[in-house]
Design a protein around this ligand. Structure first.
Ligand code: 1CP
Length: 394
């Protein structure tokens, strides 16, 4: 049993913890009958089964920022279009989302968009500047700025919903992961006005004017939840909430000023009963609190080994991660060794989705990513077979 997969070993405990298995598929009455989780296209995929702590034939793998600048075909398609124009263009979004799936044989597509897209859709004056990131013309610093955050009008994201629906059809059995930025990370762009290392204005607002802070994060939570709900109903089989910059916070500030708002996002979509993933960078000290937000899977960055991260949670959770993106630039034997070490770390988990510990760097050689997918698939399938485990044993 040495080599038994995490998915097989942790199953009973996991199912007790999440109530996932009554022998029946999870109820998803609120999804349309043609949704890929309902009509059977993606429900039995390795990614979705892993989120439920069920056994899988191989470890599913996808990469944060798998679509984008590391791919020459992306750079070609993007020429002449701004980033946000591209995000609101149905055909470009579909094609860019599909590119890494075709090239790398990953187990999921991540919807091509950006965390500031719902802000653009409600009228915030934001652009994504090449080489910089999101830039807000007039940063949010006081209570009156909240008037610039109306509810998300579905009519303003119709081209995006159309892209999700088209992708769900084109992807067949491969699940589409929708996403949104978490309230803190989105707020950090709105308040700072541009990418920031130290988030001083954001933290100053949080500490000096908690009323405005809480109203701001509550507004963002409502808008992000509506954006996620739209993606799920249009055909996404799972969603990820990116709280990329939460690691800039102390555990006390996170628990008090951020966690309730991230929890609100997960609570707002809980009725749809689709798998949810929660991820942040440098969040080792926050994991115990992030669990309380209520996702079904936790994303772990490369700073904490998966088996160590598992000890920070109160219940057995499937984990996603966590190859250091910098490893992709090392020689191939170092890459292979790092991948195998992560599979080792994941052994006792109730489920493991292989990913990087953060996004694919723009100058990554895409062939290295393809090789990582092949190695994760072949090695996890080999370990699975050696464990003697068969699906019929369940
Ligand atoms: O011209 C370009 O190609 C712009 C680069 C780019 C791309 C490809 C940006 C600007 N956003 C994106 C797409 C994007 N953004 C995806 C695509 C889907 C995929 O993963 O394949 C996703 C999931 C995001 C989400 C996103 N945007 C996050 C959370 C994920 C993370 O990496 O932490 C964050 C923090 C952003 C903000 C953002 N948008 C773009 C940049 C360069 C940044 C980061 C800026 C900063 O350092 O603060």
């Amino acid at each position: 049993m040495e080599l038994e997969t995490g998915a097989a070993r942790g199953q009973t405990e996991m199912q007790a913890a999440v109530g996932a298995d009554s022998g029946l598929a999870p109820t998803r009455q609120l999804l349309p009958s043609g949704h890929p989780l309902v009509d059977g296209r993606t429900a039995t995929s390795p990614l979705i089964q892993t989120t439920l702590g069920k056994p899988v034939p191989h470890t599913p793998v996808w990469f944060m920022r798998q679509a984008g600048r590391s791919l020459p075909e992306y750079r070609k398609l993007r020429a002449g279009h701004t980033m946000l124009e591209t995000c609101f263009d149905t055909d470009l979004t579909v094609e860019i989302t599909m590119q890494p799936v075709r090239r790398h044989n990953v187990d999921a597509a991540i919807f091509f968009s950006d965390i500031v897209v719902p802000m653009k859709a409600i009228g915030v004056d934001v652009e994504i500047e090449p080489g910089v990131g999101p830039v807000i013309a007039t940063p949010f610093r006081s209570a009156s700025d909240l008037d610039r955050l109306p509810d998300l009008d579905p009519g303003n994201v119709a081209s995006i919903a159309a892209a999700v629906t088209a992708l769900a059809t084109e992807l067949g059995h491969t699940p589409l992961i929708g996403f949104a930025g978490a309230p803190f990370t989105v707020a950090s762009y709105l308040v700072e006005g541009r990418p920031s290392r130290d988030h001083v204005h954001t933290k100053a607002l949080m500490l000096s004017d908690p009323t405005t802070w809480n109203r701001l994060l509550d507004r963002i939570a409502t808008i992000c939840a509506a954006f996620l709900r739209m993606q799920i109903l249009a055909g996404a089989s799972a969603v990820q909430l990116f709280d990329s910059w939460a690691g800039a916070l102390s555990p006390q500030d996170y628990a008090r000023n951020v966690l309730p708002h991230s929890k609100k996002v997960f609570d707002a979509i809980a009725d749809l009963n689709v798998p949810t993933i929660h991820f942040g960078v440098g969040t080792g000290e926050l994991l115990a609190d992030m669990e309380k937000a209520g996702s079904s899977v936790m994303g772990i960055d490369f700073r904490v080994p998966l088996n160590v991260a598992a000890t920070r949670f109160t219940r057995p959770l499937p984990l996603q991660g966590n190859l250091d993106p910098a490893v992709l630039f090392a020689d191939s034997s170092s890459v292979d060794a790092a991948v195998l070490r992560i599979l080792d770390d994941a052994r006792g988990l109730p489920g493991h989705i292989f990913n990087l510990g953060h996004g694919v760097p723009p100058d990554t050689d895409p062939d290295v990513l393809t090789r990582v997918v092949e190695l994760v698939h072949s090695e996890s399938a080999r370990r699975f077979a050696q464990s003697g485990y068969t699906a019929t044993q369940n």
